[in-house]
Design a protein around this ligand. Structure first.
Ligand SMILES: NC(=O)C1=CN([C@@H]2O[C@H](COP(=O)(O)OP(=O)(O)OC[C@H]3O[C@@H](n4cnc5c(N)ncnc54)[C@H](O)[C@@H]3O)[C@@H](O)[C@H]2O)C=CC1
Ligand SMILES: O=C(O)[C@@H]1CCC=N1
Length: 277
């Protein structure tokens, strides 16, 4: 794949995708830009990618243009790069736009483009930050104008981010919640488990390592055995044992309903983000 890839925005999520893409391709194929150019330059030095001085330059250089800015800003960026995309549309150059913004539909984003570039193929992806180390989960939604060749190339750019699935756009807000947001909830859980372990005498480093490894192992058991998490939980709880005492404390404190409401509240917010367009 010899296409050029541009990233506009190299913050928390953009930088994770840039790290993944730079492992999948020759990093010299990748152009990074950001409002904060020092941030883009430092990441370019670390990954071997190139920098683009402006959003317009990035849009001009990239065959695939990733938009990795906040949902509140992406409309302005699309408006800003439209003239440069239009110039290239006139020369018959086929570019592909890719948004990672939570909530915003492809149709809403398309309306932010001015002129002929409104017809360009547009893909909406939803990654999560573990993409930085190849352990991410990523969904792609797209319309009929996006060819199989484009999708295959996009998967080549992103395969080092982790697992990739194609998803109907109607499911993207639900996916964003259970995949994009959940790492934060899991970090909170791991941190709290480690706090408890420090109370029982382990060092902070030991507590974080053991708690994180236990959560990692449990997640892998769910994915790799296909067994229901309830059944796996039962296999840890010995009669009159310590684990069931801990499970009881979690239930007493509303752990399950807190987790369910974390998902439903975050989902609600994702749908609201979609209305800012
Ligand atoms: N952080 C996460 O875990 C995830 C974030 N997302 C989506 O990723 C997008 C970016 O979010 P984060 O990376 O968390 O935010 P961030 O604030 O870390 O990164 C945004 C970057 O955009 C840059 N920026 C701001 N205005 C700009 C402009 N006009 N032109 C070029 N660059 C500009 C900022 O300097 C910053 O580096 C959002 O749309 C969010 O919905 C999606 C999945 C997960
Ligand atoms: O918090 C946010 O809005 C983004 C979307 C998914 C993860 N982070």
């Amino acid at each position: 794949m010899n296409k050029k890839i541009a990233f506009i925005g190299s913050g928390n999520m953009g930088s994770a995708l840039i790290r993944a893409a730079s492992r999948a391709l020759n990093p010299q194929q990748i152009y990074i830009t950001d409002y904060d150019l020092a941030k883009a330059s430092s990441l370019a030095r670390e990954t071997g990618c190139q920098t683009a001085a402006t959003n317009a330059d990035a849009a001009g250089l990239g065959d695939f243009i990733f938009l990795c800015v906040k949902p509140q800003i992406i409309g302005d960026v699309l408006h800003e790069i439209s003239p440069y995309l239009n110039r290239q549309c006139e020369t018959g150059k086929e570019k592909v736009l890719i948004s990672i913004a939570a909530g915003l539909t492809i149709e809403t984003l398309r309306q932010k483009l001015d002129g002929a570039c409104r017809r360009l193929p547009f893909v909406r992806i939803m990654p999560n930050t573990p993409a930085a180390i190849g352990k991410g989960m990523l969904a792609m939604a797209f319309g009929p104008e996006v060819s199989e060749d484009i999708l295959a190339d996009l998967e080549l750019v992103l395969f080092r981010a982790g697992r990739i699935e194609r998803l109907s756009e109607t499911m993207m807000d639900a996916f964003t919640t259970v995949s994009g947001c959940v790492p934060a909830f899991a970090y909170l859980f791991i941190e709290a488990l480690a706090d408890g372990a420090v109370l029982t005498g382990l060092s902070r480093h030991q507590a974080l390592t053991y708690a994180a490894q236990a959560v990692l192992g449990a997640a892998a058991m769910v994915l790799e055995t296909g067994r229901h998490p309830g059944e796996l939980k039962d296999a840890v709880c010995s009669p009159k044992g310590s684990t069931i005492a801990g499970v009881s404390a979690l239930e007493r404190n509303g752990f399950r309903s807190a987790a369910i409401e974390a998902i439903t509240d975050a989902y609600q917010k994702n749908t609201e983000l979609g209305k800012i367009g």
